[in-house]
Design a protein around this ligand. Sequence first.
Ligand code: URA
Ligand code: CA
Length: 433
Amino acid sequence: MRMYDIIEKKRDGKELTEEEITFFIDGYTKGEIPDYQVSALMMAIYFQDMTEKERATLTTAMVESGDQIDLSAIAGIKVDKHSTGGVGDTTTLILAPLVASLGVPVAKMSGRGLGHTGGTIDKLESVPGFHVEITNDEFIDLVNKNKVAVIGQSGNLTPADKKLYSLRDVTATVNSIPLIASSIMSKKIAAGADAIVLDVKTGAGAFMKKFDDAKELAKAMVSIGNHVGRKTMAVISDMSQPLGNAIGNSLEVKEAIDTLQGKGPRDLTELCLTLGSQMAVVGNKANSLEEAKARLEENLHNGKAFEQFKLFLASQGGDTSVADDPSLLPKASVQVSLPAKQSGTVASIIADQIGTAAMMLGAGRATKESKIDLSVGIVLHKKIGDKVEKDEPLLTIHANNDDLDTVMNKLYESIQITEEVVKAPSLIYDVIT
Ligand code: URA
Ligand code: CA
């Protein structure tokens, strides 16, 4: 088999066979096929697209390019969730104990964050004592016993995706639905998920700015999942403004604690219930999305989700008194509010710019080596569609220094107030099952 013929075939819009796809992924992973040939193939795929069968085959070949996490020692259907990335997205911290409270096993492999705030592990580390340095055996035992555990990333997962993603990044081929969908799905499957729930974000703060693109990506990923025998569902949700009110690590942990007790922001609660219902259904713990949602909502109010969260913290060394008293979380030394410059209605809160402001405060990493400050961040008091009076606080900045002029200017630039009537955006645009 020759790489030249594979490139030519795709260039002419024909369907590649399983042998051809596996040949190119294996050869590229091993360093036997050069970047220039793979670049040409990526560009051919960009223009000619791939069939559903090709996409599933490509995903499987990438999964098989490296290690696969074996979670078979955990009883039940292991459900994983993936978000295409948002600002102030605290859902994992809430969803993990919430769906575990219905008996869905959550074996979460998580990373540290790069960009506006930390990742799930960084956030959880604001709880004193909490750690993810556990062995694989301890991890599996914890999930069997408590239905939920989090471990740091390990192993050589999907090396083919790592190489392809870097190559696409410099050859203008990132933005291709079959390539994005197979990249995301291969990582979830290699991490051991039997079933997958996807939160595809759309709006100013999202990777997919336009709804139609987000929907196409969601459908592509659901189709791949179902083709390779992993039940998959997706939600398309709004990221025109940050989710919930808190952006920053310990601030988001506090928000998660509130939400797990039924006292969280409306949008964050709603999204968690929607994603959680899908997780319960694909995990075979509920017969319908409606039934799942009702039972999850009950567990937010009867204390079961909150108890599950405390059990989860304690099982990985975390101090659970923080859950009962979030004022024990790392706290910034300065709290400054940002007063509205005019009266009116909030028209936009540009999510990625708010994220950048949080990063400037130290909540996120500019590079992989940066150290993050768990205590700092932003708490919004107004969201799109809310009325505001002149001088009323739009948000509170939690910082560890007094020189906040640059951050405040950045925040003023990201929030528009208008005299016109503005409707709050919908949160859930579509559900793909
Ligand atoms: N995120 C991924 O993991 N892969 C892509 O190709 C694009 C975004
Ligand atoms: Ca939030």
